[in-house]
Design a protein around this ligand. Sequence first.
Ligand SMILES: Cc1cc2nc3c(=O)[nH]c(=O)nc-3n(C[C@H](O)[C@H](O)[C@H](O)COP(=O)(O)OP(=O)(O)OC[C@H]3O[C@@H](n4cnc5c(N)ncnc54)[C@H](O)[C@@H]3O)c2cc1C
Length: 315
Amino acid sequence: MFEEATSAAWLSSLPALNVGQVKLDEPLAPWCSVRAGGNAQAWVKPSTPDQLIRLLKQLESGQVPVSILGGGANTLVGDGGVPGVTLKLPSDLFPEEVNGAGAEVLVTLCAGAAIARLLTVMKSHGLVGAEFLAGIPGTLGGAARMNAGTKNGECMTIVDALELATPTGLGWLPQSGISFRYRHTEIPAGSVVTRVRFRLRRGDLAESQAKIDADLGYRKRTQPLSQPSFGSVFTNPSGGFAGALIESVGLKGHRIGGAQISSQHANWIVNVGGAKAADVTALMALAQARVFEAQGVKLHPEVQRMGVFLPNTVE
Ligand SMILES: Cc1cc2nc3c(=O)[nH]c(=O)nc-3n(C[C@H](O)[C@H](O)[C@H](O)COP(=O)(O)OP(=O)(O)OC[C@H]3O[C@@H](n4cnc5c(N)ncnc54)[C@H](O)[C@@H]3O)c2cc1C
């Protein structure tokens, strides 16, 4: 069991352990796209695979909890902060690889790299297949874990394999051995995705760019992209849309504290200034309760909650 009292001393010894960059009591709001939430007890960014494995070993032996933060584009950090270590991977933990001379090409990128990097590498090598990820913020590790995507595709369908780090080292897991579904991939407990290998193909670049442009245009027209948010709050229930359900109970534009159900898209909560995580979770609980009451549908959060929340936390 992780004891708060002993943890502070344990964590303050981290900088001496050669595990990378360490910041104690680091505010996490700037690391999350909704710009809300408390501090990490310790924030650690290893620079090399050795440092990462050393860190995981140390955390395991000290029974210190570890939370993984990618781009923070689908994460809500509790106002009480995050105990233990918040792990941030660099975008260049390994060199990038592009392999294959035939129609199919394997592209291997760091989990800490931006999703946008995949699009850049894809285009620059004359490849197609990842268009549906255009405009999704965050990292490739987060995209794999969330099985990020749109109605046009899901991340894990173009993944060939994931490389995972555990306290015992690094290893590749083929996509066929990983279970995934809408907005969720089963990553083995205690593992950190360090690299993602994508299977792309040679194809028509003009057609690929047209798909990307259409998706980005749709986002611009329908999503509140100029305000801090974490994208969709709830997963869509089967056969329906969370946004339409929330709109139908009159909550579009509803505000609690610094958080608001977007007046542009009811399945988005935006930070209109100084939002607390508690404001966001209060809005989520309200939307869930009203939609359940009116339509009998239970909305499930897509956003990943990290750290310590006040009592109104939704299930
Ligand atoms: C403006 C906007 C638009 C969006 N549009 C979409 C969309 O169209 N489709 C969609 O699916 N999502 C969308 N999202 C949500 C978000 O972009 C995706 O879920 C994205 O994949 C999150 O990546 P991230 O690195 O930011 O993950 P984070 O929010 O940092 O983390 C998400 C989860 O993944 C885990 N994780 C992160 N990195 C790793 C790793 N290396 N190893 C193991 N676990 C890890 C975290 O612990 C957490 O549980 C949108 C968000 C915003 C703000």
